[in-house]
Design a protein around this ligand. Structure first.
Ligand SMILES: Nc1ncnc2c1ncn2[C@@H]1O[C@H](COP(=O)(O)OP(=O)(O)OP(=O)(O)O)[C@@H](O)[C@H]1O
Ligand SMILES: [Mg+2]
Length: 363
């Protein structure tokens, strides 16, 4: 079973999602997860699985949009020997592979009408036949599905069955785009930077003020995936101790114009947040030293950290959002694994913020 990456976020929009995941994980019903590209639909599906009673069973993803139509039925439901040219032996499909666990149907809007019927029957009765098979199989797999197309529009164009939509979407989670998640881009950028700095063994302290502005004002059309890729790239490209907008490849003209007259409060928040992030980094989360440096009391400082959702990034923090127990239990000393790449065990001295997987979490 794969390790679920942690979901990072402190904005009200993403905290509402965490709440839904918590509640929906404990049921057996299908969940439909929607959201723009890169918003974390698959990660959310994994988080639901990891928090469900099925967590010891398999999590089996299948991308319905990436598999040629002719192969999809067999991929999903399996086939019998001789079912079609090239079917030299019986093959189990992803549904069977997900027995006792969860199947994640990504891009479910791309399913052809015939497969929609077959899926609907599986959702209603838990049964299906392999391609070319007579035997009716019963499989105990929970279905989670995702789409970034609007299924209601697909229904109106007769491309998606309404009955299937209602079956799949009784429980629905919509992931907000990153641009609507308040200060989350900055929080994520801080965490991703720490992880990437460890991975690529670079001594990078943080972001320049201009880079922080860029991170906060860019509209993130590719959402979290884009943010994560840009930060990783920046860490590789950076020549100095701080990441610049150029390292992030965020040209000034890409940035949204910052609002003007009503932005005094916003500017205040931005500066406070920036200082807090810097102070955590500089003083390795030592509250007393941070308070002294920022010339506020410890209690004021703590209140501010909470207000910005930053208290989770303090080393001895109280829990925040999601983490995979599997990952957490692996080793508190272990450093993040990035898709099979080994990671240097050396800590980065100037960046006390914990890598995402080490931040104590609870949902
Ligand atoms: N809240 C989050 N915290 C940390 N990482 C995240 C978060 N959301 C998404 N990611 C990361 O962003 C990347 C994209 O996430 P994911 O693949 O789940 O998105 P998606 O919505 O399925 O994208 P697509 O529509 O392109 O399939 C992954 O590397 C994932 O680990
Ligand atoms: Mg996806």
């Amino acid at each position: 079973m794969g390790i679920v990456d942690e979901m990072v976020g402190a904005s009200p929009a993403i905290c509402a999602v965490f709440d839904l995941v918590r509640k929906m994980a404990t049921t057996e019903m299908p969940v439909l997860i929607t959201g723009e590209t890169g918003t974390g639909k698959e990660l959310t599906a994994q988080a639901i699985h990891e928090r469900s009673l099925r967590k010891h069973g398999p999590f089996v993803p299948i991308n319905c949009g990436a598999i040629p139509e002719t192969l999809l039925e067999s991929e999903l439901f399996g086939h019998e020997r001789g079912a079609f040219t090239g079917a030299v032996q019986q093959k189990k499909g992803k549904l069977e592979a997900a027995g006792g666990g969860t199947v994640f149907l990504d891009e479910v809007g791309d399913l052809l009408p015939t497969l929609q019927v077959k899926l609907l029957r599986f959702l209603q009765e838990g049964t299906f036949e392999r391609v070319g098979g007579q035997e009716t199989l019963h499989v105990d797999a929970r279905v989670l599905a995702a789409t970034n197309v609007d299924l209601k529009t697909a229904i109106s164009k007769n491309l998606f069955r309404e009955d299937l939509y209602y079956r799949l979407g009784v429980l629905h989670i919509h992931l907000p785009p990153l641009r609507n998640r308040g200060e989350d881009p900055l929080l994520m950028a801080t965490i991703f930077l720490k992880q990437a700095a460890v991975t690529y063994r670079k001594q990078i302290r943080g972001y320049t003020p201009q880079a922080i502005d860029a991170l906060r004002t860019y509209s993130w059309p590719g959402n979290v995936r884009e943010l994560s890729n840009r930060v990783r790239r920046a860490v590789v490209m950076a020549e100095g101790m701080e990441i610049t907008p150029q390292d992030l490849d965020l040209a000034v003209e890409d940035l949204q114009t910052v609002d003007s007259l009503n932005s005094l409060r916003a500017a205040h928040r931005r500066i406070e947040m920036e200082l807090l992030v810097k102070a955590i980094s500089l003083h390795r989360g030592n509250l007393t030293r941070m308070a002294r440096d920022l010339e506020v009391s410890r209690s004021t400082l703590y209140r501010k950290l909470r207000a910005y959702g930053l208290e989770k990034f303090m080393p001895a923090a109280t829990p925040l959002s999601f983490r995979s127990k599997t990952k957490f239990n692996k080793s508190k000393q272990s450093l993040p694994q990035e898709h099979g790449r080994g990671i240097s065990p050396e800590p980065i001295p100037d960046l006390p913020l914990k890598p995402a997987h080490e931040i104590p979490q609870s949902v």
